[in-house]
Ligand binder design. Sequence first.
Ligand code: HEC
Ligand code: HEC
Ligand code: HEC
Ligand code: HEC
Ligand code: HEC
Length: 369
Amino acid sequence: MRVMPVMIGLTLAAAVWGRDLEPASSAEFCGRCHRTILEAWKRSAHARAMESPLFQDALEMAVEAYGAGTSQMCLNCHAPLASLTQDSSWRRKTTWEGVTCDYCHSVRSVALGAGNPKAAVELSLVKSGPLKDVVAPAHGAQYSPVHTTSLICAPCHEYRNALGFPVLTTYSEWEKSRYAEEGKGCPACHMYQVAGAVADPKVAANSSAKLNLHEMPGSHSVDQLNRTIKAQLNALREGDHLKVTVVIANVAAGHMVPTGSPMRQLLLDVTASPYGGETLHEQRAYRRVVADKQGKAVPREPDAFLRGASTLSDNRLAPDEKRTETFLFPMGGRAQVQVTATVSYYYSPLAEGEAQKRMTFLTLRRLVK
Ligand code: HEC
Ligand code: HEC
Ligand code: HEC
Ligand code: HEC
Ligand code: HEC
């Protein structure tokens, strides 16, 4: 009978908090009990998907160029609770929270059909998730098989526009990879399990001791990039040239690198600096070039989403792919040459400032005598 006071405490807490819980609650509210998860989610791109200046600028451009009706389409993924709560004037906190808790945990199933993947969402006091048979004080809990698979991510990370052009293809790239065969879905790589209480110990003493990190590290994470892209550099003289080879491989991403937004690029820069001479430079870009109906490359994200009609070229690195690149620099003299290769990730032409546009995560050097 020692547990009695705790039980009463919990029931009281539930009664007090339960009153505030509404069918679409803010992340802050969920974080009263799920504090560790809230802190990790706050650092994610999902938490900034609506309020980031980059997205807001792009949204304004889209509305200016293609009409007010486009805004709803963008918000379906960048602020999914806006339309589900009929918040057309963006007054609710949950709209500004972007890809927030109560969207993902109100998804009951996801259908893959002829069109875009579609989630069935039910805003209620029942939260769906990966745990079986849990009892939560403030809300009902329902075990959901989609939450442990790639399906939960598909409605936003796979998209064909009105012209039938596939703008985002991360889900289908993954489907073709060996990771899909091995049953390793998006959460397995993007939501690692770490030690920690699912709910604050004050709320649930027996809360499982492992939780999924919600930070969703991707291309803004140096760790993820270093784990994924491996490169080797070699250089030797051949007559009056310097021959540089770089072997570059995608060893850990379950999709193309880069994936997602067609504006993303992986850049390989090679420079050769002879002692006392002029530095020579060459670049290879791994990217998908998307064109409009007239065959003209689209310059920005809004154009890709609305006018993208065909792929002009695509040399991205597929899962497990290894590529060898060769560069020939004219190098007459016998001076020592410092050869440098850097690999960087380019995010968006709309990003402000060089540091936001591009991040260098790998540097290799060779000295040729
Ligand atoms: C009053 C505290 C409290 C609040 C507020 C709260 N939760 Fe929970 N939640 C819990 C507890 C306790 C568990 C059970 C944890 C366990 O047993 O490991 C839980 C479990 C869950 C689960 C797992 C369900 C499953 O079957 O996998 C999800 C998902 C979840 N909560 C989401 C949310 C969301 C989203 C919000 C905000 C809308 C929220 N919670 C607000 C206490 C709370
Ligand atoms: C409701 C739509 C939605 C769902 C569901 C969703 N995402 Fe996202 N995701 C987005 C949007 C929008 C962005 C881009 C945010 C931005 O940068 O503006 C994004 C960005 C990302 C990023 C990029 C991080 C970076 O560094 O740039 C990763 C990784 C990611 N999502 C993984 C996932 C995974 C894994 C799942 C499934 C567990 C998932 N997402 C489910 C909408 C969604
Ligand atoms: C992009 C969708 C998405 C968002 C946003 C999201 N979750 Fe989750 N959440 C998931 C998925 C998917 C899992 C299961 C991952 C797995 O089991 O591999 C999960 C698991 C959980 C669990 C079960 C325990 C655990 O860690 O596995 C809780 C509780 C939870 N989330 C609460 C929250 C809270 C609170 C927020 C907001 C601060 C939030 N989630 C935001 C998709 C999301
Ligand atoms: C085998 C592990 C693995 C699997 C499976 C996986 N990813 Fe990734 N993902 C990564 C790594 C590593 C990166 C970082 C390198 C990069 O940005 O390409 C990444 C990057 C991303 C990015 C950031 C790309 C960008 O342009 O900013 C998104 C978005 C993403 N993943 C979504 C997903 C989705 C959605 C799925 C499931 C359909 C998925 N990932 C499955 C490992 C994985
Ligand atoms: C089907 C879901 C979906 C729709 C619709 C959508 N987006 Fe996105 N958007 C995403 C995802 C997912 C990413 C992240 C992809 C990645 O990391 O490579 C993204 C990335 C972006 C980025 C780059 C953000 C960054 O941090 O680099 C911008 C800008 C953007 N979207 C603007 C828009 C605009 C404007 C619209 C409407 C015209 C729109 N999006 C419609 C899902 C969507």
